[in-house]
Design a protein around this ligand. Structure first.
Ligand code: 9UX
Length: 72
């Protein structure tokens, strides 16, 4: 089963920031699709909740130095 969430992210200031976050989230097990929108400061993530969790996504974002603000 797949779940789709929008996550609000803080601290992105350029297109490369968005690409960095996309890359680290995409590397997580069970992530099927990820799109980071710099303008809205949101990531839309499609993932299998049996393989990865919101907590894993939060950790991945924070490890890159950005802020996980929350699930919208
Ligand atoms: Mo977005 Mo940066 O530049 O060092 S990747 S601000």
């Amino acid at each position: 089963e797949e779940k789709e969430v929008d996550v609000k992210i803080g601290g992105m200031t350029c297109a490369m920031c968005a690409k960095t976050i996309e890359t680290v989230i995409r590397e997580l097990k069970g992530v099927k699709d990820v799109t980071v929108n710099l303008a809205t400061e949101k990531a839309r993530i499609v993932f299998d909740p049996q393989l990865t969790s919101i907590q894993d996504i939060k950790n991945a974002i924070e490890e890159t130095g950005y802020k996980f603000i929350g699930v919208e």
